[in-house]
Design a protein around this ligand. Structure first.
Ligand code: NDP
Length: 331
């Protein structure tokens, strides 16, 4: 059982060559009520950087020597739980490893919607798709006619959020990302304005798109600060993530923070895991958009457990369009 484990905690800044190590472990024999899963896909997520720090957060830190935590999709190959049989498609936190053994009652059986792909459980119908859905509807209270601005728009959460907003009646959608290829991709999806935050005149371009009703924040930092200077009254800021801060050595200042007050706006954080009661309706909503031709999920897939660490680094360099996933099929 090939596994990637946490070797040492990185200091502030990016992960390095000593952060993880690969080892060969045993596949644990299942006891009554347990199943053995062969993992087919493992997730690569920006939030993993935070799990490596020994600080208080929404989940405890990954322990030194433990298999790296990751949501994953796989198939049951051996079952001592009457509710599972060989070949069942299952999703849960199996980690960066080839096989997982544990109680059947702790994992989710998955059925792929008609016309969908297995990999969609890792993105569109996985936590990133649900994050976009919960973020826009529950936290951002998207309304007809809103000007919705999305940062990190070509990423896993961003691409789904962008397409939900485009499909929402009369909304104007501004999508922000970090390369020309990503802007072309977002334009093709139907975003009304596309902005590259690496352009030297980004500040001016952002100002020109006007005032914001809903800001879906995936990156934090200076882009958030400028968004705060452009709030319409009663704007809603969806505090989803702040990738620009995860590897930062110093915090970025928020000069426009007071606009939250003067524009009577709300900024609300959320963790998608606390909204599991919305996942069924969310999956149905997204499956419907797929059927109507209004939603296409993209994936950036690399192959083999040995690519987990470089893929995690690549997220912070923007090398992915869509959801970053490692496939273990064929390993
Ligand atoms: P993405 O697929 O969006 O990958 C990360 C992207 O972030 C990169 O492709 C890159 O795109 C961009 N990026 C990297 N560094 C920077 C930077 N310094 N400044 C601006 N952009 C940067 O990841 P996810 O969709 O999985 O996650 C997006 C955000 O949502 C993250 O902040 C994550 O932590 C958060 N999240 C929150 C959840 C919740 O429950 N609240 C659940 C899931 C995710 P580019 O080329 O455009 O720079």
């Amino acid at each position: 059982n090939k596994q990637v484990v946490l070797n040492e905690r990185p200091a502030r800044g990016p992960i390095n060559d000593n952060t993880f190590k690969t080892q060969i472990g045993q596949v644990k024999e299942p006891e009554d009520g347990e199943v053995v899963v062969k993992v087919d896909y493992v997730s690569i997520d920006p939030t993993m950087r935070g799990w490596l720090n020994d600080t208080r957060s929404y989940l405890p830190p990954v322990q030194i020597g433990a298999v790296m935590r990751a949501t994953s999709l796989g198939k049951v190959i051996l079952s001592k739980d009457p509710n599972f049989k060989q070949g069942d498609l299952v999703f849960d936190t199996f980690g960066w490893q080839e096989y997982w053994t544990g109680p059947g009652k702790a994992i989710q059986k998955r059925v792929t919607p008609e016309g969908g792909r297995e990999i969609d459980h890792m993105g569109l119908y996985g936590l990133t798709g649900m994050t976009a859905y919960v973020g826009l509807f529950e936290i951002g209270k998207i309304k007809n006619g809103d000007h919705v601005v999305i940062s990190g728009a070509a990423g896993a959460v961003g691409q789904v959020a962008t397409q939900i907003a485009i499909a929402h009646p009369k909304c104007t959608v501004t999508a922000i990302a970090g390369s020309k290829e990503k802007l072309d991709y977002l334009k093709k999806l139907g975003a009304h304005n596309v902005l590259n935050y690496k352009d030297s005149d980004f500040t001016k371009q952002f100002k020109n798109v006007g005032l914001i009703d809903v800001y879906f924040d995936n990156v934090g930092g200076e882009i958030l600060d400028q968004a705060l200077s452009q709030l319409n009254p009663y704007a809603r800021i969806i505090a989803c993530g702040a990738i620009s801060a995860y590897n930062a050595e110093k915090p970025a200042p928020l000069y426009n923070y007071f606009n939250l007050v003067s524009m009577k706006s709300t900024m609300r954080g959320f963790i998608v895991l606390d909204h599991a009661n919305m996942f069924k309706e969310g999956s149905e909503y997204l499956a419907n958009l797929v059927k109507e031709g209004k939603m296409k999920a993209d994936y950036h897939v690399t192959y083999g457990l040995d690519t987990c660490v470089s893929s995690l680094k690549d997220l912070f360099e923007g090398k992915n369009t869509g959801k970053m996933v490692v496939s273990l099929k064929g390993d």
